[in-house]
Design a binder for this molecule. Structure first.
Ligand code: ADP
Ligand code: ZN
Ligand code: ZN
Length: 802
C-alpha cells in the first residue's frame, strides 16, 4: 500500500516536516503530488498538501487519508520546491507559504458541529438548542451562552460528539443555457402544430429555428420578453433543453477594448529590447534592470518582449504595484493580447480571483498582469517575468511569509531559464548597485518617446512663506499657478505626502494629545464621523469636548489630512472643483476607478490625494503637479526615507505634461536643500545614487550590508525586553565578528494592541547560518510562542522598520 507524505495545515507546530498517511485503495490511482487532501490530525481533521510518496514509513500505526479535494494538482512540482526555498529564506512555515501561493478560496475552512449520538433525553438547555435536529453548528452553542459544563458532560456520557469538518470554500459560478432539443425541421413541424394563441411559444420556437445556437437563458428571456413558464412548457414538450454550465466571472469587459498593434520601436528601445529577445530565443536566464524615465516607453518594451514569448508558445508574468493596476494599465495588456490575459489584484472578489487563477491553471490564458502574489502564477512554461516599478515596497509582503516578489521572480526565472525584467524610473539602490556590479544587466532609456522634456520643477521654501506671513498650506506661487491653470481649463494633480502625517487632536492649553490606549500612537481625527480612530488596532472614541487633562475647551485638531487640505483649497479657490482620493474615499470597490474616470472626463479641476495619485496615471490635460509637503517622510525612522522621497517626487513630476501640453511641477518643502528634494527636481538619478550610496556606506545600511529585523512583543514590558536581550545574546555568541547585532531597543512604535515591542537588528555581510540561528531562537521560545504570550516576528531584508 502506498504512503503519502503530507504537509498539514497546522502552522502552530514549529516544524516544517511532512507526516505519513496511508493511501486508501480508492485513491491509489488518482493521487498526485500537489493535491490537497483531508487527513486526521489528533482529534481534528485538517487539510494537507501531498508533497511526495514512499513505500515505507518509520512510523507505525499510520492513519488513512480521508478525502481528496482536487482532481488535478493545484501546485506544480516547481511551486512545491519553490515553497520550501521560500520557507527557508523567510523563516516561515512551509504550509503558510503553500497557502500564500494559492487563491483564498482554496484555503481550508474549518467548522465544528455538534452531533447527537443517542435518543436519550439531553439536558433541557441542550435539548432546546437542538430543537429536534440531529446536528447543529458549534457557533449556535457559543452564541447561546450556555454552560460548557453541560456540553462536556454530554460528550463524556457519549450522548453527543463534537465533529471537526473541513470545507473548501470553492464557489463556481453557473449559468443556464437554453438550446433546441431537436433538429430545425422538427421544430418547424412543432411550430405548425402550435395553436395561434400560444404567441410567446411561437415566438421562441421561431427564434430557435432561425438561430439554433445555445443562448444564455436569463438574457434570452428578457430580450424576447418571455416568461420562465413559457420556456418551461417548451422544455417539458422536449422541444428545448436547458443546461447548467460553469462560467468564469470576468471582471473586465474584453470586447470593449480596442486592439492595438506593436509600435515601431525607437532606436533606444530597439537597443534595449535586443538582449532581452536574445535571451528569450536562447532560453537563457538573466536579470535585466530597465532604467527609463517616465514616458520612455518601458511598457512598450514589456509588451513586445511578451509578444516574442507568446510566439514561442510560452507564458508571461507581469507584476505591477497594486495601486497602478488601474483599468488604464490593464487595458494596455488586454488591448495587445486580448483574452489571453488574466488579471490578479485585491480589488477582485474572492470568486473572481479564483476564476482568474483557474484560467491560468487550465492554461486558458498565457499572460497574467497582477500585484505581488501573481508571481506564483501556476504556469509551467514561463518565458519572461516582468516587474514594473521594481522599487515599490508593496512587492514585499509584510506578514508571513515575508517574501519579496523580486526574489521569487528571479528564482522562477532561473528554474525556467528565462529573462526577468525589473523596470523603473527610480530603481532601488540595491538593484542599481547589482546592475553596476554586473550581477544584473543594465538597459537604459534616457528619452521620452515623444521627445518632450521632463516638466520643469520649482522648489518653494515654505519657511520663507511663513516669514512672509503666509500661514496657509499653499504657497503664493502654487496658488497663482493653480488659478492660472484653472482659468486655462487645464487640470492639476496635488499630492499630499501623507506618510508620517495625519490629523491628531491636541489641547492648545496644555499640549495633551489623544493617544490610543492600546498602542503608543496618536489617534487620527476623522471629520466625517467626528471620531478619533487608531490606525493600528480598531479602537475608536468620540472627540472629547473638553481636554481630559486640564478641562480646557481649546482642544483642536492639527496636521494636514486630505480632508483639511480639501477644505482649505475650496476656501482659497472657491471655483475649483476638487476630487479627493485617499484611503477614505477609495475604500469601496470600484470607487478608485470612478474617481479616475471623473477626473479624466474633466469633471474636476484638481485631483488631490496621497501616494495613490503619484503612480502610473496618465491624463493628457494635466499641466500642473503640486507637492504640498515634500519632506514629510524625511523625519521617519527609516534609512530609506531619502530614497522614498526621491522616488515619490520623481513620480509625481512624471504626471504633468505627458502629452502635447507642457507641464510644470511645484514642490513645497521646509528642507529645500535636502539632496533628495534637490536632485529629484533636477531628475538626476545618478547624482542621487552616488550621494545616497555614500550615506549608506557611512552608516552601514543596504546595499552594503544585509539586514534582519526581529521584533518581539509581549503584554509585559519586562518580558518583551528580556526575551529580546536573550536573542541578542544568542546571536552575538554565534555570528561572525564583523556582523553587527543591535538591541534590545524599543520599536519605533513601542506599544501596539496592548503589547510592548522591542527589536533587534542584525547587519551582516556574510552569515550563511543566520537562518539556522533564527530557527533555533524560535524553537527556544516555542512554548511561549505557542501560548501566544510571546510573539517573535523575523523579517529577513525588512522594508518596514516600524
Ligand atoms: P513608460 O512605461 O516608460 O512610462 P510608456 O511605455 O507608457 O512609457 O510610453 C509612454 C508613451 O509613449 C505611451 O503613450 C506609449 O504609447 C508611447 N510610446 C511608447 N513607445 C513608442 C514608440 N516606439 N513609438 C511611439 N510611441 C511610443
Ligand atoms: Zn489640556
Ligand atoms: Zn490602537
Amino acid at each position: 500500500m502506498k504512503i503519502a507524505k503530507i504537509i498539514v495545515d497546522v502552522p502552530a507546530s514549529s516544524i516544517n516536516q511532512t507526516f505519513d498517511y496511508l493511501v486508501p485503495e480508492k485513491f491509489q490511482d488518482i493521487l498526485q503530488e500537489g493535491m490537497r487532501v483531508i487527513v486526521p490530525f489528533g482529534p481534528r481533521k485538517v487539510m494537507g498538501f501531498i508533497t511526495g510518496f514512499t513505500d515505507e514509513s518509520s512510523h507505525g500505526n499510520l492513519k488513512e487519508i480521508i478525502d481528496v479535494l482536487d482532481i488535478t494538482p493545484v501546485l506544480t512540482d516547481e511551486l512545491l520546491e519553490l515553497g520550501k526555498w521560500i520557507a527557508d529564506k523567510t523563516i516561515s512555515f512551509y504550509i503558510t507559504v503553500l497557502q500564500a501561493m494559492l487563491p483564498q478560496v482554496l484555503k481550508a475552512h474549518y467548522k465544528k458541529e455538534i452531533v447527537r449520538l443517542s435518543e436519550m433525553e439531553l439536558n433541557p438547555e441542550l435539548e432546546y438548542l437542538f430543537a429536534g435536529r440531529d446536528r447543529i453548528q458549534y457557533e449556535e452553542f457559543e452564541g447561546a451562552s450556555m454552560s460548557y459544563y453541560h456540553l462536556q458532560k454530554a460528550v463524556q456520557d457519549g450522548d453527543i460528539a463534537i465533529e471537526h469538518l473541513v470545507k473548501s470554500k470553492i464557489t463556481k459560478k453557473y449559468t443556464t443555457m437554453l438550446k433546441p432539443a431537436k433538429p430545425v425541421h422538427l421544430l418547424e413541424e412543432a411550430l405548425l402544430d402550435l395553436s395561434k394563441q400560444a404567441k410567446k411559444q411561437r415566438k421562441i420556437l421561431s427564434y430557435f429555428i432561425e438561430h439554433p445556437d445555445p443562448v444564455e437563458k436569463q438574457k434570452f428571456k428578457s430580450e424576447l420578453n418571455v416568461t420562465e413558464s413559457t420556456v418551461k412548457t417548451l422544455v417539458d414538450k422536449q422541444l428545448l433543453e436547458s443546461d447548467k454550465v460553469e462560467v468564469y466571472r470576468n471582471p473586465y469587459n474584453d470586447k470593449m477594448i480596442k486592439r492595438t498593434e506593436a509600435l515601431p520601436l525607437t532606436e533606444e528601445q530597439k537597443a534595449a529590447i535586443k538582449p532581452v529577445n536574445e535571451h528569450i530565443a536562447n532560453q537563457e536566464h538573466e536579470v535585466f534592470l530597465l532604467h527609463g524615465v517616465t514616458g520612455s516607453g518601458k511598457t512598450e518594451i514589456y509588451l513586445q518582449s511578451i509578444q516574442t514569448v507568446l510566439e514561442k508558445g510560452e507564458e508571461a508574468i507581469v507584476l505591477v504595484p497594486e495601486i497602478s493596476l488601474t483599468p488604464q494599465m490593464v487595458n494596455r495588456f488586454k488591448a495587445r493580447f486580448g483574452s489571453k490575459v488574466a488579471v490578479m489584484h485585491s480589488g477582485l472578489s474572492t470568486g473572481e480571483k479564483y476564476d482568474e487563477w483557474r484560467r491560468m491553471h487550465n492554461k486558458e490564458v498565457k499572460v497574467v498582469v497582477g500585484a505581488r502574489s501573481a508571481v506564483f502564477a501556476p504556469f509551467e512554461n514561463i518565458g519572461i517575468i516582468i516587474i514594473d516599478e521594481e522599487h515599490e515596497t508593496t512587492y514585499k509582503q509584510e506578514d508571513q511569509p515575508r517574501y519579496h516578489a523580486r526574489d521569487i521572480a528571479i528564482k522562477r526565472g532561473e528554474y525556467h531559464q528565462c529573462p526577468v525584467i525589473l523596470g523603473s524610473a527610480t530603481p532601488t539602490l540595491e538593484s542599481y548597485a547589482r546592475a553596476k556590479k554586473g550581477v544584473y544587466q543594465l538597459i537604459s532609456l534616457t528619452k521620452r518617446t515623444n521627445e518632450k522634456e521632463m516638466p520643469s520643477v520649482e522648489i518653494v521654501d515654505m519657511r520663507k512663506e511663513l516669514h512672509a506671513g503666509n500661514r496657509s498650506m499653499f504657497s503664493h506661487l502654487l496658488t497663482e499657478k493653480m488659478r492660472d491653470c484653472i482659468d486655462k481649463g487645464e487640470q492639476i494633480v496635488l499630492l499630499l505626502n501623507r506618510r508620517g502625517y495625519s490629523t491628531f487632536v491636541m489641547c492648545r492649553e496644555c499640549g495633551f494629545v489623544n493617544e490610543c490606549p492600546h498602542c503608543d500612537i496618536a489617534l487620527t481625527f476623522h471629520k466625517n464621523s467626528s471620531r478619533l480612530k487608531c490606525h493600528y488596532c480598531s479602537y475608536e472614541e468620540s472627540l472629547p469636548a473638553l481636554c481630559p487633562e486640564c478641562d480646557s475647551d481649546l482642544i483642536r485638531y492639527f496636521g494636514t489630512g486630505t480632508q483639511r487640505v480639501e477644505e482649505a483649497l475650496t476656501q482659497l479657490i472657491p471655483e475649483a472643483r476638487v476630487l479627493r482620493m485617499d484611503v477614505d474615499t477609495t475604500r469601496r470597490k470600484g470607487s478608485h476607478e470612478k474617481i479616475l474616470n471623473q477626473f479624466s472626463n474633466r469633471e474636476a479641476d484638481i485631483l488631490l490625494g496621497t501616494q495613490m495619485i503619484a503612480k502610473g496615471l496618465d491624463f493628457n490635460n494635466v499641466t500642473l503637479a503640486g507637492v504640498l509637503t515634500a519632506d514629510s517622510m524625511l523625519n521617519l525612522p527609516d534609512f530609506r526615507a531619502s530614497e522614498k522621497t526621491f522616488q515619490l517626487l520623481t513620480q509625481v513630476s512624471g504626471r504633468a505634461g505627458r502629452h502635447d501640453l507642457t507641464g510644470e511641477v511645484i514642490v513645497q518643502t521646509y528642507t529645500p536643500d535636502h539632496y533628495s528634494v534637490e536632485l529629484a527636481s533636477q531628475y538626476n538619478f545618478q547624482a542621487f545614487y552616488n550621494q545616497e550610496m555614500a550615506v549608506r556606506k557611512t552608516f552601514q545600511y543596504p546595499p552594503y550590508v544585509f539586514l534582519a529585523l526581529i521584533t518581539v512583543s509581549h503584554e509585559n514590558r519586562i518580558k518583551a525586553e528580556q526575551a529580546t536581550r536573550k536573542i541578542v545574546q544568542t546571536l552575538l555568541n554565534h555570528v561572525n565578528e564583523n556582523t553587527v547585532v543591535l538591541g534590545p531597543s524599543p520599536s519605533p512604535i513601542p506599544r501596539m494592541k496592548d503589547r510592548y515591542r522591542f527589536q533587534c537588528m542584525v547587519k551582516y555581510k556574510n552569515e550563511p547560518s543566520l537562518n539556522k540561528y533564527m530557527n533555533s531562537i524560535l524553537a527556544h521560545f516555542h512554548d511561549e510562542i505557542r501560548k501566544n504570550e510571546l510573539m517573535i516576528a523575523v523579517d529577513m531584508q525588512p522594508y518596514h522598520l516600524m
